[in-house]
Each structure stands twice: as C-alpha cells, then as structure tokens.
Design a protein around this ligand. Structure first.
Ligand code: LRH
Ligand code: MN
Ligand code: MN
Length: 386
C-alpha cells in the first residue's frame, strides 16, 4: 500500500503532547517504585519531554499538572521549555489531592470547599495566560460511595455552576476540556462518569467547552470509536488522553494493550476531520515498572503507527463497499490497512525529518539515561499515587 504525499504530510504534521507526570515516579495505591534519574523539578520533567521530542520529532509540547508542577514563575517555565525546543501545553487541574476534597471538590456539599476548588480552577486559567497554553483539562474525582450519601441532582447543579464560572474566565483562544471517567475514586456515583454527561455540560457552556476522551476511562467492551465519531460529528471532541488498559484505568503505554482499538479510533478521527491541531492528542500514562522516557517514546510510536495505518485506509474503496452494502469488502478495506507494516514508512519519514529512524535505539545511544542517573539524585514522585 503506497503512502502518497498527503499521508506523509499528515504524519509530519501530527503532534502528540506528553504529560509531565509520566516522567516522575508513580505507582499504584500499593507502592510507588522509585526509579533512578527521574526529574526533581518541573524543569527537569520538561528536559525529559524535550528528549522525547528530539527522538520522535512529533512531541513539541508537554502538559502540566497543577499543583504537581507548581512554580513561582510560569512565564519563566515557558521560556525554559522554549530553550529546550518544546512548549508548555495543556494545563491539568488537580482538585483531588487535598484532604478538603474527601466528599468532592466543585460538587462538595460545603460551599467553602466548592469555592476553594473553583479558585484553583481559576488559578489554572491564570497559569494558562502566563504559559500561553490553549487548553484547560478538567477531571473531577467527585462522586459518592454510598446510596443516600448526597443528592445526585444537586451535585450536578453545583458542577454546572462551577463550570460556568470557569468558562466565563476563559480567554477567546482558550478552551475547557472536560474529561469523564466511569468510576474511581468514587464507587457508587461519579459526577462526570461518561461522555454523555460531559457532552451535556459542554453543550450548555458553549463552543469553547469540549469533551476529552481518556481511553482508559470506560467500562470494558465500550466502543470508544463510536464515542469519537459521535463527538466529532457534534463538533465537541476536544482531545484525547491516550493510554492502554486491560482492566480499569491502567495508564499503560498507548497502543500496548489493544493496537487495533487505537487504529479504529484514529480511523474515526480521520474520517471525522479531526486529525489536526483542533484535537489535542495527549498521552496520560504512568510508567511504574518500565523506564519512563523509552516508554513514552514507544507510546508515541504506537500512536504514529495507528495513525499511519488509518491514513492508509482506501476511503474511496471503503465508501464504495459501504454503499454497495458489501460488508466483507468494507471490512477487508479496513483490515488491509491495519495489517500494513508502516514501520518502514515511519523510519523513512524520520530520516526525511533529519532524525534517527529508530527513536528507541537513538535514545539508548544518547547516554541521557546514564547522565540523569548520575546527575539527578532524589527524584520526586509525579504526585500520582505518591
Ligand atoms: C484521572 C486522570 C486525569 C488526571 C490524570 C492524572 O484518572 O486520567 O486525566 O488528571 O489521570
Ligand atoms: Mn486522563
Ligand atoms: Mn485516568
């Protein structure tokens, strides 16, 4: 299957944002495994992100998580990123790691806690102003554990009120990406459990509010590509948090558990006209047992491979087969693309872009891992599971 100039151009233009927290120590709720050489500061996380960009050529931005990446001067942090050849991307808010949030944040029954959570979200927009970030990503751990614990509908009212206040604070070029998650840490009700709830809130807010699809946040068997197609059609797909899952929110490397699902998602993205900067393609992963930078590189390559395969789908043949009602032919068009080995194409493209065709080997040879182990003593936890 030949890759024409349009496919090559689309792969060149692709951008995947990496998360600062993927570079720090992380773990499960049972144990954080400390690795040697991990970043001690937000600046060092950015340095690691810039290594990934140097080897992949397609990860020009790094997402922040506040307060995990709190600094005094965000403009200076943006300058640091620029000096390393990357920029600061999405600002992720964190209203889940404070004792006050035991019963929720923006949906908490106590107005004082709701105010504290809202102030944090507004502060995140101030940070976006300083960093030049376009997107604010909102994920709420809010929910309840027991029937009767709180009023489900009243919590929706409180959520809507907070979202309205944040939306009103956004600048013209800024967006709010609302992330949903089926369960965890709440186990009975979750206040934003699914794309329908997120979509309904975003619809009420306006065009700058969009839904973000974290691939690990659904019930097993959920057809994520359907959600993607639906949201794209509605103009409401803001972006992705890519990661793999076998069971729940596993946060494993994107494309590791189910590369076919990633391909199917990218096929819908392309079909719906979503492959471009209007969609934030982000990773949201934690590398607990594997070395972090190579794990991020591998994930980015997996996203690239899924994208390349989806770009190779013969859309004219697919439409013809679909119109004819030829189920097997239509399915064969998709499978032909999926079974294409796109690794030689991507290697060739990397050479064209002036980088090593084998990012994993190039990283290993770079000596970065050894250097950071020698230089960085006492790395920090990402904040997650810490
Ligand atoms: C929640 C989530 C959300 C958080 C991140 C650390 O499970 O996916 O995006 O910000 O993990
Ligand atoms: Mn996420
Ligand atoms: Mn998650």
């Amino acid at each position: 299957m030949a890759a024409g100039p349009e496919v090559r151009a689309a792969l060149r233009a692709q951008a995947v944002e990496t998360p600062s927290w993927a570079y720090g120590n992380s773990g499960t709720r049972f144990k954080v495994f400390a690795q040697q050489g991990v970043p001690r500061t937000p600046q060092e996380k950015i340095d690691d992100a810039s290594r990934v960009h140097a080897h992949t050529g397609v990860t020009p931005s790094v997402a922040l998580h506040i307060p995990w990446d709190r600094v005094d001067d965000y403009a200076a942090l943006a300058e640091h990123a620029a000096s390393r050849g990357v920029r600061l991307g999405t600002v992720n808010s964190n209203v889940f790691q404070d004792d006050d949030y035991r019963l929720g944040s923006v949906t908490h029954p106590d107005a004082a806690v709701r105010r504290k959570a809202l102030d944090h979200l507004l502060e995140c927009v101030d940070i976006m102003d300083a960093t030049g970030s376009r997107d604010l990503k909102l994920w709420f751990a809010d929910g309840t554990n027991y029937p009767g614990q709180d009023d489900i509908a009243a919590r929706q009212d409180r959520l809507a009120e907070a979202l309205r206040a944040v939306y009103a604070r956004l600048g013209e070029d800024q967006r709010m990406l609302l992330e949903y998650k089926l369960f965890e840490p709440a186990f009975y009700t979750t206040d934003v459990p699914d794309w329908g709830t997120a979509h309904a809130h975003c619809l009420q807010l306006g065009p700058q509010a969009q839904v973000v699809v974290d691939t690990g946040h659904h019930a097993p068997g959920t057809n994520i590509e359907f959600i993607v197609a639906f949201l794209l059609r509605a103009g409401k797909l803001g972006g992705f948090d890519f990661n793999s899952r076998f069971y729940a929110d596993d946060d494993l490397m994107a494309g590791a558990a189910d590369p076919f699902q990633l391909f199917r998602i990218m096929h819908e993205v392309i079909g719906g006209g979503g492959l471009g900067p209007q969609t934030a393609f982000m990773l949201d992963q934690c590398h607990n047992i594997e070395p972090k930078i190579p794990a991020v590189i591998r994930s980015v390559m997996n996203v690239q491979e899924a994208t390349a395969k989806a770009l190779l789908v013969d859309r004219a043949a697919l439409t013809a087969a679909q119109t004819d009602g030829d189920v097997l032919a239509a399915n064969a068009v998709l499978m032909d693309a999926y079974h294409t080995d796109v690794r030689p194409l991507l290697a060739e493209l990397r050479e064209e872009w002036g980088i090593d065709p084998d990012p994993m080997a190039a990283y290993r040879r770079s000596g970065w891992a050894e250097r950071t182990v020698a230089e960085r003593v006492g790395g920090t936890a990402a904040g997650w599971g810490a």
